[in-house]
Every structure is written in C-alpha cells, then in structure tokens.
Design a protein around this ligand. Structure first.
Ligand SMILES: [Zn+2]
Ligand SMILES: [Zn+2]
Length: 772
C-alpha cells in the first residue's frame, strides 16, 4: 500500500476548510507482546496440539489467568480485542478434561454463532478425550440424548441453560456432578435487564450443581471495561479476580477525533444550528482515503447510512480518479455468508478499496489489517470503538482510525475530551440481579428445580440485611399470588406447569415486530420503550434496517412494520410525571443533594414529530392515542436549593430551561459510565418538585425495578455531572443544539432549554462540594 498513517491523516486535513475539524490525534504506540512458559500442570499433549495450531507459547495474561483458575480462583480476563482471551480459559478447561475422565465443563456464549466457532476451535485440536458438543435450540432431538450422556464439554447459551438444562437437571446428573469449570465468554454483553436475568440463571446453576456435589470455578472473558471484577462478581454472585494487563502485541495506530462543522445558515428544531452530518463527512473521508489507495472500512449506524456513504464516496472518487470508482461498496446484513466472505476477500486483497458497513456487522466482519477505519459516531460502548478501530492495523506503517462525531452530547464530549476514550476506561458493565421484577420469576424457576430453603436466600437476593428482608417480602407475595407454597421445609412450586422467566423482558411481554408483507417475525422491542419507539407511524431502525410502523397494537403487543426508507426520522412526544416513593441512599452537600430513590413514573406518549434527515427541518406533528404507562423503577436525582440557585445567578424564569438542558445532557453522557443506551433511561426535570421541595433533576432506569444504570449514575455522580457540564460548555453553538442539550427523545419538543443556564446550574452543583 501507500503512505504512512500519519501522512494519510495530514492529507485528509490538508483539504480546504478541514484543519479545524480534527480536535485530537492520539498516537497509540506499538506494544511488543510478552510471552511466558506453559504452566507446569498443562499436559504435554495439549502443549503439542497448541503448537501445531500455531501457538508456541502463551501471552503472560493468558498464563496468569489460567493459573488462577487452575488453583480454584474465579477469574475474569478483561483485555483488548484479539488478545487471545480464549486460551486463558481453554488451558484449565481442556487440561482438566484430559487429566480426569469424570470432569466436565460448560461454555456459555451470548450467541449460537460464537458457540459454534468455539466448538470448531476445540475440535481442531483433535483431543480424543475431549467430547465437545453444542447444545442449543438447533441441536436435533436424537443428538441431545447423546450429548447429555457423553459430552464432557457443553457449549451453549444462557437461554438454553435456563430453559433446556436447569429444569431437567436430573437428566444431566452425571454431567453436573463432574462440573469443574463454567466459562462465561463475552460477559460484558450481559448488561441491564438481560444481564440481571443471566445473573439469576447462573445462581440457579450454582445451586443445582451444589446438589450434585459440584462447585465449579467460573472463568469469564470480557472486553476492556472499568471495574471488571465488580461486574463479574455481580454476574456470578462470587468473588472474582480480574486479570486486565494485556500482554499481546499491537501495532501503532494514529487515532484522530473529528468534528464536522456547523453548516452556515441551516436551522433545525427551535432554530438551533445544524452540524454537517457525520455520514456526509464520512462519505468524503472514505473517498479521499480510497483515492490515496488506502483499504478503508467505514462503520455507519444504519444500512441506509452505509449505502449513502458508499454512494457519495463512489461519486466523489469517480470525479477525482475515475479508474477507482468501482472499487467502493456497501456491505450489509442481508448478504449471504458466501457474499460476505467474497466482499471480505476483495477488501483484504485491495481489489476493493472502500467499504461502508453497518455497526450491526461489527462482530460479523472478518477482516483485519486494513489501512484505515472510519467510525461514524459512537457505536454504543468503548469496547465497540476498539473492536471497530481494531480492524485497521498494518505492520510497519501504522494504521489510521478516524472517529467522526455525530451531533449528540456524548460524541461532542468525546471529541473534546480524548482522555475519556484513550485514558483508563470509565464505562462499567451494569446489572442489578436483585431487581424484584427479575428475581421473582427466577425464585419460581429455582423452586421448581429444587425446593427453596432458607439457606438459598442470600444466593439469590442481595445478602445485606435490607436485601434479605426484600427477598422475604417477595416470597410472601409469590405465596399470596398462589405461585409458591410455603411449607416447613421451604418454598415449593406445586403447579404442573413450568414457571417461566423471559430473559429479555421486564415490564410486560415484549412487542413483536412483524413484517406486514411476509408475516415474518423480525424481532422484539421492550415493552417499556415500545410506545416511544414503535408507535404507529414511527420510523424504526432494526439491526441497521429501516422500517416504518404501520400499526402498533398495544393489546396484542404487536407492531406491524414494513421496509421503507423515508427521508425523515420520527421522535415521540410525551407527558411524564414522577413521584418519589422511597430514598435508598443520599448524600447532602451545601444546598445540593444527590440521591438514589425508588420512583413511580407515569409516562404517556401523546404525539410524534417528523424531522427531515440531513437538514433537521421539522415536517410536522401527529397526535397518538396511547394509554399511560406506569413504571416503578429507580432514579438518581439531584436537588438544588433556592439559595444555591440565587448564588449561581440564575433568574427564577431561567431555572426550568437550565434544569431541562442539564437533564438532557446528563442522559446523553450516562452511557459513558454505564453500558446503557440513551433509550434505556429517561429523565424529568422541574424547577420545584413537590416531593423534594426543590429544583430537581431525575434520571431514571426505563425498566421496571431498574437495571442498575441509575445506581451507577449515583455512584459516579461527581464525574458524570462534571462530564455533563464539560460536554455542554465544549459545544460551540450559541444557544443549544443536538450536540449539547437538545435531545432526539425529548418528550417536550426541546422546550424550554437554556444552555448557558445549564452550565451555571451544574457549576453551582459541582461547587457545592459534590464535585470534590
Ligand atoms: Zn450545542
Ligand atoms: Zn426534554
């Protein structure tokens, strides 16, 4: 290929008017790998087979983690993409299976595809005494018997463990008796409500194992995150040791942060200035890189976006270098595996120079070693940023990664605060297994597997005194509803039917997305966000594809959708009311209080807006007739006293706009600290709340009982609010725009919003002593 990454970047910046767009360039230095010797307990046969497979020696972190697991310590390996986390668990797992013919192990992956990949990798080692098999919904019935009786390494997923293994544990008796290791791969994907459910499934597994005399060691693999040991402990309910020093080698990368310019004269909602769209900017960058001969992959949020990036790039390339125009393509989820492999091969070889793909394909794309990667906006987590950027990496000349900010507060914050991306990670995988809406169904499942006894309660509930009282209350409620029966020996499930818990649900059955034309079930939307995201007339993005909702049937929990690509997006308007039920924790500062509370939220979606794509122009508003939804959940809140408001110089009339703007930006920034999506959380702000008697901003979990996001906001309150303040202050707009305080999900049409007031309000809050 062409030129060094640094030169490539210089050429991108050299185009007229572009110099100001790069806000930061991080030189990610190369790191040599550090290998070590095989632990002495690894059988020679395994050492030989690994050598044949191209692994002459382990990286240090692999050996350290494997050694801990072998010694009986639960461990989480939290290192970068492609750092060989699988060897860390395969060493103890395969060694135990080779050395003890009664030993067994369990491997859990979030997807069937990943379990299949692992099976292939294990089988390639050709170890006759390792009888590995996948066990999931696709396993034929006749094969299942064989697997149950003979396999000593089961590869499955949490859903199958929950529905297919635990309820019939007696059939797995000999397998469970021998269980030495439980591997939880990609454990950072178990977050929020789903993560809380999986945490309860793992507790049920531990209890059933104990019944058969087994006490397996857990080995977890996670993307890089803050506090991996804490998250892993929450997930398993055990003490977990973290190994997070990555000893695998890496090439150099020039990582540029890029902010598209404001477009002069263009106005969006409430007359706000509009930034050039990240997709348009990406189209230009992709074209320039292709003209330089750089093999480039651009990640875009939607398929429509990916296609418009590819189209724009192709046009621009055709003008600058006609012979290269045909070497740019879009890559999408609908492709058959063969088509994908073909596209990947052409990109790898340089036959194709530029490809635009959707974020949904981030894990599915099998290419590495490219010259450049362009990331169009925040893909959801820091782990995803590195996963995407990791597709670039050349020996010698270094690779180029460009992060192009979209117009929202989190992206704005990142391009102005590179430390958040390149420093120590602050984002933690958040879950809350003690949520009663999650715990209740699993107590029923557990009781149907084996009667529940007193001694089990600290396993399932929070072991604190308060937590145990909550579990008892919940059990009493389940008994009252006739689901469980209390007897002297414990709590029993007496119904002939199996209890069920929907691992992905919380708050009613999820709404099914059904394609009108084909009757095909595309997927589901959480009941809690269905009214605001899948209402009649909504434009809905599902796995990178755009659909329009023809009709939302609330009673049947079905949204009928069709594929369409309108030139507008939609956003719901709502009326939200919040009441404080109970304060759980709180800290008082000088005139400011930060608290975590149980709240009742009443939420009614009343209409929606259509906004033209690209220009941001509002096309119109349509009323909706949807019932109000009640939600009991958790919120982080902060109150500001009259005195502090006065001291900040905010006039009474400015307070509502200041608090509202601060609320929006705070919601936008929380995903940096907790693995949540903007849509997982909601907010309410008011100049005077009747329950607190003060100006109050609430940010609440959008799922019944809470998913741990508000709690994380409470714990990281000072850093979170500081980042919120800085994100607003960093935006160059005059009076507020989508990059700082406007929100696409504002129920109130982004009114009133006071950008300067928000900075002043947050300064006052941080100065109260809360900011440290
Ligand atoms: Zn702004
Ligand atoms: Zn709002």
């Amino acid at each position: 290929m062409t030129v060094p990454a640094r030169t490539l970047l210089q050429r991108l910046v050299a185009a007229p008017g572009r110099a100001d767009r790069v806000t930061h360039v991080e030189h990610v230095a190369a790191r040599p790998g550090r290998t070590t010797t095989w632990p002495v307990w690894v059988p020679q046969l395994l050492v030989d087979r690994l050598a044949l497979a191209g692994v002459p020696a382990p990286w240090e972190h692999q050996a350290v983690a494997a050694d801990l697991a072998w010694g009986g310590t639960c461990v989480v390996v939290s290192t970068g993409t492609a750092s060989g986390k699988s060897l860390a668990y395969l060493l103890p797992v395969l060694s135990s299976l080779l050395l003890d013919d009664r030993a067994t192990a369990l491997y859990l992956a979030p997807t069937k595809a990943l379990a299949t990949d692992q099976l292939r990798a294990v089988r390639a080692l050709q170890l006759a005494s390792v009888r590995a098999a996948t066990y999931d919904g696709d396993t034929p019935r006749e094969e299942r018997d064989w697997v149950r009786r003979h396999a000593n390494l089961l590869l499955t997923n949490p859903d199958m463990l929950h529905r297919g293994v635990l309820p019939r544990h007696a059939d797995f008796a000999s397998y469970l008796r021998g269980l030495r290791y439980v591997v939880v791969d990609e454990c950072h994907s178990y977050r929020g409500v789903f993560g809380s459910h999986v945490a309860q499934v793992l507790r049920r597994l531990r209890r059933v194992c104990a019944r058969y005399g087994a006490d397996p060691v857990f080995v977890l693999a996670s993307a890089t995150s803050a506090e991996p040991a804490t998250s892993a402990s929450r997930l398993t309910g055990m003490d977990v040791f973290a190994v997070s020093e990555d000893a695998s080698p890496r090439g150099t990368t020039e990582f540029a942060l890029w902010e598209p310019p404001l477009v002069p004269g263009r106005r969006g909602e409430q007359g706000a200035p509009v930034r050039r769209s990240a997709t348009a900017e990406t189209g230009d960058l992709l074209a320039d890189l292709v003209v330089e001969g750089a093999r480039t992959l651009a990640f875009v949020r939607s398929r429509r976006g990916a296609e418009s990036v590819a189209l724009a790039a192709r046009r621009a390339v055709a003008e600058a270098a006609p012979e290269l125009g045909s070497r740019v393509a879009a890559y999408r989820a609908g492709y058959l595996p063969e088509e994908r492999r073909e596209l990947e091969r052409r990109l790898q070889s340089g036959d194709l120079l530029g490809v635009a793909a959707t974020n949904a394909l981030e894990l599915g794309v099998d290419v590495a070693g490219l010259d450049a990667v362009v990331l169009t906006g925040w893909p959801g987590t820091v782990a995803s940023v590195w996963q995407q950027a990791g597709r670039a990496g050349r020996a010698g000349q270094g690779a180029l990664a460009v992060f192009v900010a979209r117009d929202d507060p989190l992206d704005t914050y990142l391009v102005h605060h590179p430390q958040a991306l390149f420093g120590r990670p602050v984002e933690a995988t958040v879950l809350d297994p003690a949520n009663p809406y999650v715990l209740g169904p699993h107590l029923c499942c557990a009781a149907s597997e084996l009667p529940l006894v007193e001694a089990d309660l600290p396993l399932f509930g929070d072991p604190s005194e308060q937590g145990q009282a909550a579990v008892r209350l919940l059990l009493a409620e389940l008994v009252r509803r006739g689901l469980l029966r209390a007897r002297p020996a414990g709590w029993f499930w007496t119904s002939r039917e199996r209890p069920d818990a929907d691992l992905r649900g919380g708050g009613g059955p999820p709404v099914r997305l059904v394609e009108v034309k084909t009757g095909r079930l595309l997927g589901t939307v959480d009941a809690s966000s269905s009214h605001s995201q899948a209402h009649t007339g909504a434009v809905y993005l599902h796995q990178g594809e755009t659909y329009v909702v023809d009709r939302l049937d609330v009673d049947e929990a079905v949204a009928l959708v069709r594929r369409d690509e309108p030139d507008f997006s939609t956003s719901a308007r709502d009326i939200t009311d919040i009441r404080v039920v109970e304060e759980l924790r709180g800290t008082a500062f000088d005139g400011v209080r930060l608290a975590l509370a149980v709240v009742d939220v009443t939420h009614q979606v009343v209409s929606f807006l259509r906004t033209r794509l690209g220009s941001g122009e509002v096309l119109g508003e349509e009323p909706l007739d949807l019932p109000a939804r009640q939600l009991r959940t958790r919120a982080v809140l902060w109150t500001v006293s009259e005195r502090v408001l006065e001291r900040s110089g905010l006039a009474a009339a400015d307070v509502p706009g200041a608090a509202h703007a601060a609320e929006h930006a705070a919601i936008g920034l929380l995903p940096l600290f907790a693995t949540c999506d903007r849509w997982d959380i909601g907010g309410v702000s008011t100049a005077l709340h009747e329950d607190t008697g003060a100006c109050t901003v609430f940010v609440y979990d959008g799922h019944p009982g809470g998913a741990g996001f508000a709690e994380r906001g409470y714990e990281r309150g000072p850093s979170w609010l500081r980042a919120t303040r800085d994100a607003i202050a960093a935006c160059e707009c005059a009076a507020g725009c989508p990059s700082c305080v406007q929100s696409p999900k504002c129920g109130n049409g982004n009114e009133p919003l006071d950008k300067d007031g928000a900075v002043r309000l947050l300064d006052a809050v941080l100065d109260s002593g809360l900011g440290g």
